[in-house]
Write a protein that binds this ligand. Sequence first.
Ligand SMILES: *Cc1c(COP(=O)(O)O)cnc(C)c1O
Length: 484
Amino acid sequence: MPDQQFTLDPSDWSTVRALGHRMLDDMFAHLEGIRRQPAWREMPAEAKAAFDVPLPTSAQGIETAYRAFLDHVLPYTAGNVHPRFWGWVKGSGSVEGMLTELLTAGLNVNAGGFDIPATYVELQVLAWCRTMMGFPADSGAAIVSGGSMANFVALAAARDAVAGAAAEEGLRTLEAPLAFYCSDQTHNSVAKSLRLLGLGREALRAVPTNTAYQLDLSALDRMIAEDRGRGVRPGCVIGNAGTVNTGATDDLVALAAVCRREGMWFHVDGAFGAVAMLSPSLRPIMNGLEQADSLAFDFHKWLHVQYDAGCVLVRDAENHRKPFSEPASYLKWMDRGFGAGPAAFRDYAPELSREFRALKIWMAFVAHGIDQYRRLAEQNVAQAAYLSALVEKDGALELLAPTALNIVCFRYCRAGLDDETLNGVNQEILMRLQEEGVAVPSGTMLRGKFAIRCAITNHRSRLEDFDVLTGAVIRLGKALTIGD
Ligand SMILES: *Cc1c(COP(=O)(O)O)cnc(C)c1O
């Protein structure tokens, strides 16, 4: 027998407990005071250097690690929890979500199925998701890490459904090569998925978009006909419910009809946009989404669930399971005991071991109610309209895309400056906005023009925050172009 037996549990629980209470208080203070923080603060060299040290071999204690967190992490993290963060598409999280993460970590459940509460909580959340999105009660559903994984899972189901026997025998046995179609505004996770699914990047056809950045339906028809003419089999259309660049939504009713006519799978990427389904006033924009064979959307963006959490729904649960259910003796389903239970989530996505993500979603939905998420989405859409109006009424600013939902793309402009110059000026404005800590929009290129892009998925933003933004853009723009 060894004379000492080791564990990770504390030798003195009361000290750790006191530190735990302090951590909780520190994080409450952080969130309560977030508006007084800069929207971004660059880590100084000293903070970066704190994360470039040798592997620790001996114990330094949680107090030492926490000190480093307070010194080198916490001061530089405002980012997407800040009221003036509108970059990329990021959610703000919630205080309730933070608390739930503590509970989740305390339980440290591996939520892969089994006869445990995590399974029932997850089934509850999945049932609510089908209801929210107008999917049938028996459709396949899974909670995954985010929209990228949700797109991957859905497109795997699409591939196997259209590949027939080649799904088992290997894609080299396909009778005709497959082509998938999406607009040129589609998120790059779709292209990544096609690579990972062995279909090849070139199987993805980028269909041009109209002036509203929606997929051009006649171009789609032409491309499908051309592919058929060359012996290529059209397999799937990916529609956008809120593009990442401008928030445009494709004509989903028309895309659903094309897919029915052509015998194709219809997938919708609604990473953030699908949340509009909760609102009677916004829902018409999403018409046709409920006809999709599969849908991807995120909890961690416009539903403000703590990172990370996304959802995939697949109308035909059998199709959903096809790529992911693989029998294994060590996973034999038992009649009773821990190894029983009503669901095996491993059959609906690549992961076996999984975090108990459903708890933070369930708790947030119960705590806030879906009406509050609806109001928040509507508030962000109204803020996007407000920002667009500010841009349009100021001669020094120019809207670069129609504001269809919650994303506003604009730039500073000045008579006599060409696009190339303005692209440079606006990139510089964007970086300075961030460096000054005023706000964090991100940028994108729209038809050759660099846009300052605000994706408003933020429950802390207030109308006056957008006045602060436009004021700063004009101030920086003038400073950069004076004398030109
Ligand atoms: C963010 C986003 C994705 C990817 O989702 P992640 O959760 O970041 O993986 C896919 N599509 C669209 C339209 C997005 O906005």
